[in-house]
Design a binder for this molecule. Structure first.
Ligand code: GLY
Ligand code: MN
Ligand code: MN
Length: 449
């Protein structure tokens, strides 16, 4: 495949990670230390584990993908500001669980100042923490890591009569680090575009294979085939393939029902590519043709999405796209008679919430629901170039909602794309998947698997 420049690309990535560490360290308080742990392995059942995935914060700062590792940042330390602890080379273990980089190679490749075996962490890290006033770490996320850190601090306290100086302040690293992660670099945007491009192939395959009688999980298989084939190792989240009434369940993931003639199928699925997520939803008719009622609801959601995307502008408030979508959806539902009353009143009374009960989107990046604050001092923050968010309005008319005429019940539609804030406006990263009624019907009529 495309591996010609792999070595060069990796070393330029490591340079980017190094710059991120520098930027983070420049913002840390005086005389402080940051401890960033790798993700633990997680059990799926008995002695079988989930596919390992590195913690996003850890990966963001060093690009290292092995478990049992610890990254330590000590700004201003003369003997070296960046220390990595990682698994030692071990022929026997490597035969079972895969090649390890080992401290010597890690030191050279990852551009850190020092690398040690993780087995030596207790002895060495206490020496690094000793004398620092403040410790930054992800407090309260992982009980085992909390216990480890407290153990190290206790060891230092135990020696305080010998003149050792334990830290007096503990700070969460999240705020500083997550503000950095919120603004994506050009390299990150390229990875997100590639994630979206691969996901688009999956969505097109699922649309092409869809016909009444197929099972939801068989469509899921087409998505995942395209993801892996395109270079992704795994979906960024559990794929949602919901037909008929299942489209009205926001996080439906049983994916085990048969798709029926006349159903709408809602697919919310995106791959992860080199640690970057995509998150895309399309809704389409199982038999390739929208009914008049399905089309009416679909067009409102599409108009809401178009209006919300247009509201993604640098300097706009985070809330602006959501408000734009609420207005179009409420207007549309009043026009269809699903909501009764006057527009401004029904927006204020939140009548739309029976049908559109989530917000228009979320940050997306290394995590599908990515990090970064939405408010600053109680006010919605302003959008800035480099932020990426999803825009995903929906209308879900519960099958048992007797307040609504029967013909509308059981229709669930969501349309979701990933949108970058640019200097001049916005750029939709998830392109190339049929989206209008006409595009979908034409695509389904002329493509099948
Ligand atoms: N796929 C989860 C979400 O859309 O937020
Ligand atoms: Mn989604
Ligand atoms: Mn989403």
């Amino acid at each position: 495949m495309k591996n010609e420049n792999f070595g060069e690309r990796m070393s330029s990535n490591y340079r980017e990670y190094k710059l991120r560490r520098k930027e983070l360290m420049a913002q840390m308080e005086l005389n402080s230390i940051a401890l960033i742990a790798s993700a633990p392995r997680r059990t799926r059942s008995n002695d079988t584990e989930y596919l390992y995935r590195q913690n996003s914060d850890f990966y963001y700062l060093c690009g290292f993908t092995e478990p049992n590792s610890l990254l330590v940042l000590i700004p201003g330390r003369e003997q070296g500001e960046v220390v990595l602890f990682c698994q030692e080379k071990d022929k026997e273990r490597e035969l079972w669980t895969g090649i390890r980089l080992g401290p010597d190679a890690a030191y050279k490749e990852l551009l850190v100042d020092d690398a040690y075996p993780i087995g030596d962490v207790d002895d060495i890290v206490t020496g690094l923490i000793e004398g620092r006033d403040r410790v930054y770490y992800a407090m309260g996320r992982d009980d085992r890591f909390d216990t480890l850190v407290m153990g190290w601090v206790k060891t230092i306290r135990g020696k305080s009569r010998m003149g050792e100086h334990p830290p007096s302040e503990f700070l969460v690293l999240d705020h500083l680090l997550h503000e950095l992660r919120l603004i994506k670099s050009n390299n990150e945007i390229k990875l997100m575009e590639e994630a979206a491009r691969i996901s688009a192939e999956g969505h097109k395959r699922a649309m092409a294979v869809c016909k009444p009688g197929i099972m939801e999980y068989q469509m899921e298989a087409e998505l995942h085939y395209a993801f892996n084939r395109g270079g992704s190792r795994a979906p960024a989240y559990v794929s949602i393939v919901g037909a008929g009434d299942n489209a009205c369940i926001l996080h439906y993931d049983s994916n085990n029902a048969e798709v029926k003639d006349g159903d709408l199928v809602l697919i919310d699925a995106g791959c992860e590519y080199q640690y970057y997520a995509s998150d895309i939803t399309r809704t389409f008719p199982a038999n390739g043709r929208f009914s008049p009622e399905q089309k009416a609801i679909y067009d409102i959601v599409l108009d809401a999405q178009v209006a919300a995307i247009a509201a993604v502008q640098p300097g706009a408030q985070w809330d602006a796209p959501h408000n734009a979508s609420v207005k179009v959806i409420t207007q549309g539902l009043i026009k269809l008679g699903v909501i009764k009353g006057q527009l401004s009143h029904q927006i204020k009374s939140e009548a739309y919430k029976d049908f559109y009960m989530h917000r228009v989107g979320h940050w997306i990046g290394m995590d599908v629901h990515d990090v970064g604050d939405y408010k600053i001092d109680d006010n919605w923050r302003l959008l800035e170039p480099g932020m990426v968010m999803t825009i995903e309005p929906g209308i879900y008319i519960a099958p048992d909602n007797v307040k609504v005429a029967k013909k509308w019940r059981g229709i669930g539609v969501r349309i979701e794309d990933d949108v970058l804030v640019t200097k001049k406006g916005n750029k939709v990263l998830s392109v190339g998947i049929p989206k209008t009624v006409e595009e979908i019907e034409t695509y389904m009529a002329s493509n099948s698997l």
